[in-house]
Ligand binder design. Structure first.
Ligand code: SF4
Length: 354
């Protein structure tokens, strides 16, 4: 497998870390564009962030901000006409802090990349039905994931599938293993999806809006399960969500995305107690509070997300920003200002960029 020495790259936007610890996964200047007849959609436009071992990184933003495309780009499973146009995705080699492989340098659909998917990095989707086959039992589908990455017998793979189903809290796993996805509730399907993701003991789990399609009670159960599994296995998790409440509950570190850019990054406590970027501040104001008086109107973010073909000039948030500086924010793109080694913001209100 080709090896790329770990390099420190200058970040051109919030999201990079200069922490002394070596990140397990380091995304640098990632660009994923969709070239359509109507124009180019820059779904991910130079995003950088780090995932550290044993931690949960929350990637948060409104729908269409590029968070799911960032996740799919990591595994290089972006649907056409999407294409990764640039950047680096550096995955630390197991037991080796000195070298990382750049996943973008591996041949597309080659054996190295296939070995990494599932075995090193696994993905849990928002709607499991879309990723299950309707024609095979859940047991067969979990067994397939196990057999793809390890030389084991069918019997051992089936026993492991039952064990995994039990571990993620599927009741009667010996019976359920022979059921089809359509026989399960949404919550159980999400648990099975997690069992499948864990089948090969990955180092990194990417969970893309894992609870959005579920009712509130089931959401809490699935998030608790994810937290338990993460602790038990020392997993590193990238949690993609539009829900700041979920981030507060689950994440150690946060990247806030807006229109394909990472606009603010930092440890979760700091982002919540002292948000710097006007977009982060607006997102936090829109969380319902149990301390609020009854019938208090929930704050909403001014304006709406621009059409992907009509990306604003300058800072992409300027048409909605209450602090926008006329003649600057609508003209120039704000550079990234590192507030601390683990904290960064892309906004003219900070640093001497103005
Ligand atoms: Fe608002 Fe200007 Fe900061 Fe953008 S750069 S978030 S428009 S103040």
């Amino acid at each position: 497998m080709p090896q790329t020495p770990m390099v420190d790259h200058p970040d051109h936007e919030a999201g990079g870390s200069t922490s002394a610890a070596t990140p397990l996964l380091s995304v640098r200047g990632l660009k994923t564009y969709f070239k359509l007849d109507e124009g180019t959609v820059k779904a991910v436009d130079g995003v950088s962030f780090d995932l550290f071992a044993g931690r949960t990184l929350g990637i948060v933003g409104e729908s269409g901000c590029g968070k799911s495309i960032s996740a799919r780009s990591i595994l290089r499973i972006v649907d056409r006409p999407g294409k990764i146009e640039g950047g680096e995705i550096l995955l630390q080699q197991e037991g080796d802090n000195e070298n990382a492989i750049d996943l973008l340098q591996l041949p597309h659909e080659g054996p190295e990349l296939r070995a990494i998917r599932g075995k090193e990095i696994a993905l849990v989707f928002q709607e499991p039905m879309a990723s299950f086959s309707h024609y095979y039992t859940i047991g067969n589908q979990i067994m397939e994931a196990i057999l793809l990455h390890s030389a084991t017998s069918d019997d051992a793979a089936r026993a492991r599938a039952i064990e995994l189903l039990g571990m993620v809290g599927v009741p009667n796993p010996e019976r359920r293993v022979d059921e089809y996805p359509f026989q399960l509730s949404g919550g159980l399907r999400q648990r099975v999806m997690m069992a499948m993701a864990l089948a090969c003991d990955p180092r990194i789990l990417i969970a893309d809006e894992p609870t959005t399609a579920l009712d509130v009670t089931t959401q809490a159960q699935v998030l608790n399960l994810l937290q338990r599994i993460q602790k038990e296995r020392g997993l590193s998790v990238i949690l993609i969500t539009h829900d700041m409440g979920v981030v507060a509950e689950m994440a150690d570190d946060v990247v806030v995305m807006y229109l394909g850019r990472a606009v603010e990054k930092g440890p979760v406590d700091e982002i919540f107690h002292d948000p710097k970027h006007p977009y982060t501040q607006a997102l936090l104001r829109s969380i319902p509070s149990i301390m609020a008086k009854p019938r208090t109107k929930l704050a909403t973010i001014e304006g709406s997300i621009p059409h992907p073909f009509a990306r604003p000039s300058g800072c992409p948030f300027h048409p909605r920003c209450p602090d926008a500086i006329k003649g600057l924010c609508d003209v120039k793109e704000p550079p990234t200002h590192a507030l601390r080694p683990d904290r960064a913001v892309s906004c003219f209100l900070y640093g001497d960029a103005s």
